[in-house]
Design a protein around this ligand. Sequence first.
Ligand code: URA
Length: 307
Amino acid sequence: MGRRENLLHEMGFTPLWVDRTRLAALQEQAALEAQTPAERSAQVASTTQPQQIDQVREHIAPLAAVVTEHAPASAETPAARPAPSIPIAIPGTAPAGRERTPAPVEAPAEDARSLDIGQMDWSALQQSVAGCTACGLCQGRTNTVYGVGNPNADIMVIGEAPGQQEDLQGEPFVGAAGQLLDNMLKAIGEKRGERVYIANVLKCRPPNNRNPQPDEVAQCSPYLRRQVALVKPKVIFAVGRFAIQTLLQTDAPVSALRGKLHHYQGVPVVVSYHPAYLLRNLPDKAKAWRDLLLLKSVESEAGDKPG
Ligand code: URA
């Protein structure tokens, strides 16, 4: 088996690749015909052969310069976040009959909590997540699912929320989707726990795997933000509509966001389909493979992490 076949096999693509090569080519052709020239040039990765990771870098490198309108580099750093809007009474300007002395300025509780979380070190953060009761999900959980892997990882994978197996084991992506994720990482020479860290937007399982609610995301987001700040990955691999839309603060579909470089807290973000989705939609695995090549290329181009 050649290198390309090996990689595809590791990723679980072999049957698809062998049986559906022609189908994939036709779909590719149709998709290309439907694209605008700008979209086409942004998908240089789609023209590369899987076995040519090194040459692919040359072609994909210009993509690293493609900064989309979503979340510019510093937009989400704590320092760059707009200060909470706190009304301050200025003596002499209050309408007649109103209190003229400024009320003590106190940050709203939620912001104080975010600021507090934003200062935590790794172990304080982990403990805070383990004891979190900030939203109703704490009532139904077996375990919180903090994250797993190298806390100094180069690549950070971010998914949606724990499912049943993750809730039971306290580790992200351990079910069927997790096995596919492991194979996807293996296909680009990466492994959970080595140069990779895996986390979710939510740390507790939503009942019956329902979609996360806005208040749950709001309460949990400071944890993920702090995890990203502490890991300082070279690149984030955001999988699935929910994680992508939450990180990039957009409601654009995954299909419109793939093949471009985005940013979260100044960290480059490559997006792709959720492994659970790929298990049900085999033809899209070929697109996921291209996303992985882009991920690998961005990671390589980033050079060494500052010590
Ligand atoms: N899906 C996710 O998004 N995360 C997990 O941890 C498991 C399944």
